[in-house]
Design a protein. Structure first.
Length: 273
């Protein structure tokens, strides 16, 4: 994994192969903890905001492995990892996205690895070990699922439309209620809350939903999913040139038709960055 042929590579297949191998090995670490939930210590970072040894162990492995494979790059992680590089590229990682699901025994959790370069996400990989699903893609890299090219996304059809929703526990009740009211009363579409931002974005890539609306997501939650979706023609409302990696995000992503429908909600303020 430490060959010099990939450490300065742009977005090529060699880079993707290296990151996939790292993600799968990290997945085995996560699964070993998942299979021993009865004895796994769980700590609270805040109300309904949990962290476990699994999060820390997976992040430690990801940082060490990415640093070995790409020694000039920085790494920024959810559980405190912040390594400065010299290349200008930063690997933004979420060791277990969906920790709440993880500790409740749900398979809806994932390892998220995104590459941030020139102030934008350019490549991402999401691996859901308990579901054996790995999605990857980005600029100049066609989106794949378990190594196979992903199909073109269906057109936005209000009669069968659905959006994912992610709302951090710290978001005020009035903002939450306005999002759900708008989805139900104005858009008149279905919604789902899967408890993992990365998997919510994967659902769009798989054609299961048309978009995603988030209040309070972190950059590590979406850094992998957004470039994957971009390779499938999906847009978002984040202005990365005005957004720092430490910031909380309020945004929507989806097809242009979906974003046109959600625009009145964005203009009201709850999703303003």
């Amino acid at each position: 994994m430490s060959g010099s042929s990939v450490e300065t590579a742009a977005l090529d297949r060699a880079t993707q192969i290296v990151v996939e191998a790292i993600a799968r090995e990290a997945g085995q670490i996560g699964l070993s903890h998942f299979q021993a939930l009865a004895t796994l210590p769980v700590e609270r970072k805040g109300h309904l905001d949990l962290v476990t040894d699994a999060d820390r162990d997976v992040e430690e492995f990801l940082i060490a492995s990415l640093r070995k494979a790409f020694p000039d790059d920085g790494v920024f992680g959810e559980e405190g990892g912040d390594v400065t590089g010299t290349s200008g590229r930063i690997w933004v990682i979420d060791p277990i996205d969906g920790t709440f699901n993880f500790v409740r025994g749900s398979v809806n959790w994932a390892i998220s690895i995104g590459l941030f370069d020139n102030r934008k996400p350019v490549f991402g990989l999401i691996f859901a070990p308990a579901r054996d699903l790995l999605v990857a893609g980005g600029i100049d890299i066609k989106a794949t699922i378990n190594g196979k090219s992903m199909s073109a996304l269906p057109s936005f059809d209000l009669g069968r439309a659905s959006t994912g929703v992610g709302i951090h526990p710290s978001i005020p009740t009035e903002d939450r209620l306005e999002v759900f009211r708008f989805i139900s009363d104005e858009l008149r579409i279905n919604f789902r809350c899967c408890g993992s931002s990365a998997l919510s974005l994967m659902e769009i890539a798989m054609g299961e939903t048309d978009g995603y609306i988030a209040l309070g997501d972190s950059t590590w939650d979406v850094m992998a999913g957004l470039p994957i979706l971009a390779s499938l023609g999906v847009s978002h409302t984040i202005d990365w040139h005005r957004t720092e990696l430490q910031e909380k995000l309020r945004f929507a992503c989806g097809s242009e038709a979906f974003l046109a429908g959600i625009r009145p909600l964005l203009d009201k303020g709850p999703l303003a960055a």
